[in-house]
Write a protein that binds this ligand. Structure first.
Ligand code: MN3
Length: 182
């Protein structure tokens, strides 16, 4: 995950979602809502709010999920829950990587805690996310991976699987564990 990609990703792409979301809700009651509240009833909002609000939520989360000093794997209660849900950490890695690789076009891969408190791997198109009332598999996002080309094209060109493989070296498992505990 290289500096130049991250500068453009954060400073240009994420900034555009923020600017466009603010423009889309200017002067409306939506300005009073949190981004989570907007996502939860996204079916009641215009498509510009869905795209840019999703973009803002997803990227705000994404930045917290990476660290230069990443442990190789989760530990504690999160590690136990991953093993219980997927068989092993390696089985989870395979499932998440497959979801990220096979998401056609642009979108995100997710590890979520669903309404029953169980872990699931899912993926969404475009800037949709598992908080939205329009997605098939709903839940609280614990880990998310941006597989839009803008997330990896400078460094990896068309090689999305290489970018996904490298993501495992920078995951901030402490942050994922914090979200799991909440
Ligand atoms: Mn992005």
């Amino acid at each position: 995950i290289d500096t130049r990609t991250m500068e453009i990703h954060h400073g240009k792409h994420h900034q555009a979602y923020v600017t466009n979301l603010n423009n889309a809700i200017a002067g409306t009651d939506t300005e009073k809502l949190t981004i989570e509240e907007i996502c939860a009833k996204i079916s009641t909002h215009p498509v510009a709010v869905r795209n840019n609000g999703g973009g803002h939520y997803n990227h705000s989360l994404f930045w917290t999920l990476m660290t230069p000093n990443a442990p190789k794997a989760p530990s504690g209660a999160l590690a136990d829950a991953i093993s219980a849900s997927f068989g092993s950490f390696d089985d989870f890695k395979t499932k998440f990587s497959t979801a990220a690789t096979t998401r056609f076009g642009s979108g995100w891969a997710w590890l979520i805690k669903n309404g029953a408190g169980k872990l699931e791997v899912t993926s969404t198109p475009n800037q949709d996310n598992p908080l939205m009332d329009i997605v098939e598999v709903k839940g609280s996002p614990l880990l998310g991976l941006d597989v839009w080309e803008h997330a990896y094209y400078l460094n990896y060109q068309n090689r999305r699987p290489d970018y996904i493989a490298a993501f495992w070296n920078v995951i901030n498992w402490d942050e994922v564990a914090k979200r799991f505990a909440k």
